[in-house]
Design a protein around this ligand. Structure first.
Ligand code: ARG
Length: 483
């Protein structure tokens, strides 16, 4: 940021570039240390496109109620368009007195549009302005993230389809529990993402409220039409209470919570990929483009993407708890503390936008070792529950059947006799029951809704595909805010 000479355009007023916009009431210049401590331009520049949208809507609103002439209106809209280009092309010149993106843009508009520029802030405060900008930013970015989540769901579905009837051990307590289709496992993560999508879509609905027109805290004596500006910005609802409108940051907390849960889901996938790609498991091999080497150990191939999927969730949770601590105990209405809402939000949005394509790519390119997975699932002990349920089918009470299967497993382990021999020899079991222990049999026996067998998973896959398609349509129906 420097104080470089600028084209002051049509402006002929007495603007002092060294001053902040609000300095008229106060004497002397802001201390440098204070400026550095309080400025937000270094990060809220990210809000520039939304600030311009918000200002365009405000300008149109002011023109509609006769505060701006049609000429002034077009001049301001043209100036806002110009500022937008300057910012996009990175040629916008920031000045020493620009404490945030709102003052920087208003200052530039005043340089470009003179007296009309000086009318831009009529009936508006940075308090309702920043609340509006931030809602637009949040909705826009959450919509992008929903699109990315749906893409990742698509990757998980493809992976489930590709793995066909391969099976693997399903775990509880990270101990082999029952064989499951590999597709069932991929879809399990997919369903978690469908909840993320639904959660984010409901948060978007909740935050789809325009605060513009609330002013500093109490509205304005100028007869603005906030319904009109809300419509121009494509908000479906309008604030009911000006104090609440400028001080509400629930939507930021909602977004940070939603993104934390996404991060937690990604971290669970990441943790599994770390385990699955280890030599000890050997279930998957991560593609070289998604792995890293070691600076010292020549043989290493490390699952860094998966580890960061796990590691980044900590900072997402930190961003949420940090914001909640900032909001706690704030009196109504606006307080400068609220400026602290942006960095955690921007960071979480950025991290999730970086994480989703990287993790999706890692999953879609990793190779699955079906034989290794099947071999681990084929231990006869994981079919113990099938022995018990087979007995239940022959009128043995479950608790008794469970006892029989458990004692056979114990005997087999203690005496070192294969389980199949003991089953064969058992008076209530015999050779028909021995077949339950054949490789690949157990997984086919589940008949219940949503279970791990090929039939159930086939049905589940259809339902997953239908959910994905309907969520894609919901996303298409969501309009982006624009003035
Ligand atoms: N940079 C400020 C923020 O992010 C803008 C609002 C400033 N309002 C004020 N009354 N100082 O919150």
């Amino acid at each position: 940021m420097g104080n470089v000479a600028i084209d002051v355009g049509t402006y002929s007023g007495t603007w002092n570039l060294e001053m902040t916009l609000w300095q008229s009431r106060l004497e002397g210049q802001l201390d440098d240390a204070v400026m550095q401590f309080t400025e937000s331009l270094s990060f809220d520049v990210e809000l520039a496109p939304y600030d311009i949208l918000c200002s365009k809507a405000h300008v149109k609103g002011l023109a509609k109620i006769g505060i701006l002439t049609p000429e002034e209106e077009s001049m301001l809209i043209a100036s806002l368009d110009r500022v937008s280009v300057e910012i996009d092309q990175n040629i916008f010149e920031f000045k020493t007195g620009d404490e945030d993106i709102h003052t920087a843009i208003e200052r530039r508009i005043t340089e470009l549009a003179g007296d009309a520029g000086a009318k831009l802030h009529t009936g508006r405060s940075r308090n309702d302005q920043v609340a509006t900008d931030l809602r637009l930013y949040t909705i826009d970015n959450l919509i992008d993230i929903v699109g990315m989540l749906l893409d990742m769901e698509g990757v998980l579905l493809e992976k489930a389809i590709d793995s066909a009837d391969s099976y693997m051990p399903g775990y509880t307590h990270l101990q082999r529990a029952q064989p499951i289709l590999v597709a069932h496992h991929f879809l399990a993560h997919g369903w978690a993402l469908t909840r993320d999508v639904s959660r984010i879509l409901s948060s978007i609905d909740l935050m789809d409220v325009s605060p513009l027109g609330a002013g500093a805290l109490a509205g304005s004596s100028i007869a603005l039409d906030p319904h009109e500006t809300a419509k121009l910005l494509h908000f479906s609802k309008l604030f009911e209470n000006s104090l609440d409108a400028v001080s509400d940051r629930d939507f930021v907390a909602d977004a940070l919570y939603d993104l934390s849960i996404v991060g937690i889901h990604l971290s669970r996938i990441g943790e599994e990929m770390v385990i699955w790609s280890s030599n000890e498991f050997g279930f998957v091999s991560i593609d070289d483009r998604y792995a890293t080497g070691s600076s010292m150990l020549p043989h290493k191939k490390n699952p860094d993407v998966a580890e960061l999927a796990r590691g980044k969730s900590g900072r997402l949770i930190g961003n949420l708890t940090g914001l909640l601590a900032t909001l706690k105990g704030l009196p109504l209405a606006y307080n400068r503390d609220l400026q602290e809402d942006k960095q955690p939000l921007f960071d979480s949005v950025k991290q999730i936008k970086l994480a989703l394509p990287a993790i999706s790519g890692m999953i879609s390119t990793m190779a699955i070792d079906r034989e290794r997975m099947a071999e681990c699932a084929d231990s006869s002990y994981v079919a113990a529950i099938d022995l018990a349920e087979w007995l239940v089918g022959r009128d043995v009470p479950f608790r008794t059947a469970h006892g029989i299967a458990a004692s056979l497993v114990r005997d087999s382990l203690v005496r070192g006799v294969p389980l199949s021999e003991l089953v064969e020899a058992h008076p209530q079991l015999g050779s028909a029951a021995t077949e339950l222990l054949n490789p690949g049999t157990s997984v086919t026996r589940r008949v219940t809704w949503g279970s791990a067998s090929p039939d159930s998973v086939g049905l589940q896959m259809d339902r997953f595909r239908a959910k994905l398609e309907s969520d894609r349509r919901r996303l298409e129906d969501l309009g982006h805010g624009s003035a």
